[in-house]
Design a protein around this ligand. Structure first.
Ligand code: UT7
Length: 326
């Protein structure tokens, strides 16, 4: 396990957030966020991914893996993918490496991919990294997104093992609904609208979100998929000892936990100090929980996420026995 947060702290009371038509009180009460980290100009998703990846490799005590997967909504370039560069920076040579674009569900999708490579025999060890610099695609004059999104990276090393071992991935469920693609979209800059260069059009190169609609879909899908994965592993809801949802909004997390039936003492969250870091959010919570020794190795754990696409997923696993490198 490894994580990385950029140095720059932006509180609700700091510019540019404080310049918006909003208040610290509104942001705290409607999202749970007090502060977040944003990169400084020149610092990229790949840079954060390399630092988190290095820590994960050190913590696992390994120098090589068979696959590197980087989930990100903010790749360093449209092309090539960020993962090969990250792998090279980590000294992993010519290992297979690719990106996954599954927005805020990216980490769950990337773990699913790594898990599948291992189960199929294609890989014995996989480095999975969720890394984002959402500040680079945020319109800081848009209060619907600027108060929410943030930067960071988290990484894990998956390895082949036994079901009874701490850290076993027991079940993965994924889903998508492309009819909802406009809920959270960067309209311009891609093949559908490549030439938005001037004036207001330039703003369409930033992420726009239909917040309340996204909220409703997130609650519905994370609740459904969490129930589905619990059913698949035959855990009664009372068996879940650690629940980590994508850190989209504290009110979403509370609602999903309530609907699924998980008591607050089993819900882990760091949105207050980290904000919504999209596909980095789940591993960032995991890293913090490992540091705090908040969960016992082997504890029954449920992860779930929802993001633009729309895409969602859930994983039932046991809490890993991790020694952090730093
Ligand atoms: O990460 C991927 C998944 N992401 C999500 O699922 C995000 C889901 N959405 C959200 O987290 C929330 O919808 C937001 C935080 C984006 C917005 O919160 P909300 O509680 O849904 O606010 P709203 O858009 O329903 O607006 C409620 C009121 C409105 O005012 P009126 O019409 O009631 O007078 C808005 O104009 O709050 C106003 N408002 C704000 N006020 C101060 C909206 N945004 C802000 C703001 N500051 N930043």
């Amino acid at each position: 396990m490894g994580a990385e947060l950029p140095e720059r702290v932006v509180r609700n009371t700091d510019e540019p957030i404080s310049l918006l038509d909003t208040t610290d009180e509104w942001i705290r009460s409607r999202t749970g966020i007090e502060r977040r980290r944003w990169v400084r100009p020149g610092e990229s998703t790949g840079d954060l991914a390399v630092r988190a990846g290095r820590r994960a490799l050190d913590s696992a005590g390994v120098a090589d893996v068979d696959l590197v997967v980087v989930s990100t909504t903010t790749p360093d370039h449209h092309s090539p993918g960020t993962a090969p560069w990250v792998a090279a920076q980590l000294g992993l040579g010519t290992v297979p490496a690719f990106d996954i674009a599954a927005a805020c569900s990216g980490f769950v999708y990337a773990v699913a991919a790594g898990d599948a490579w291992i189960r199929s025999g294609l890989a014995k060890r996989v480095l999975v990294i969720g890394a984002e610099t959402l500040s680079t695609i945020t319109d800081v004059s848009d209060r619907g997104t600027a108060v929410v999104f943030a930067d960071g990276a988290g990484a894990i090393v998956l390895r082949r093992g036994e079901t009874g071992e701490a850290g076993a991935v027991l079940s993965v469920r994924l889903g998508s609904d492309g009819t909802q693609k406009d809920l959270a979209v960067i309209a311009a800059g891609g093949a559908r609208w490549p030439d938005a260069q001037q004036g207001a059009e330039r703003g369409e190169r930033c992420l726009r979100m239909q917040g309340p609609q996204m909220f409703a879909h997130a609650v519905r899908r994370m609740t459904e998929v969490s129930r589905g994965v619990l059913e698949h592993v035959s855990w009664p809801v009372g068996a879940v000892e650690a629940f980590i949802g994508h850190q989209a909004n504290q009110r979403i997390l509370d609602k999903v936990a309530e609907l699924v039936g998980i008591p607050p003492e089993h819900c882990l969250s760091n949105i207050r100090s980290v904000g919504n870091t999209s596909s980095a959010s789940i591993p960032l919570v995991m890293d913090e929980a490992v540091r705090d020794k908040a969960v016992d190795p082997g504890a029954r754990t449920l992860l779930t996420a929802f993001g633009g696409g729309a895409v969602w997923g859930a994983i039932a696993m046991t809490w890993p026995d991790i020694r952090l490198s730093i």
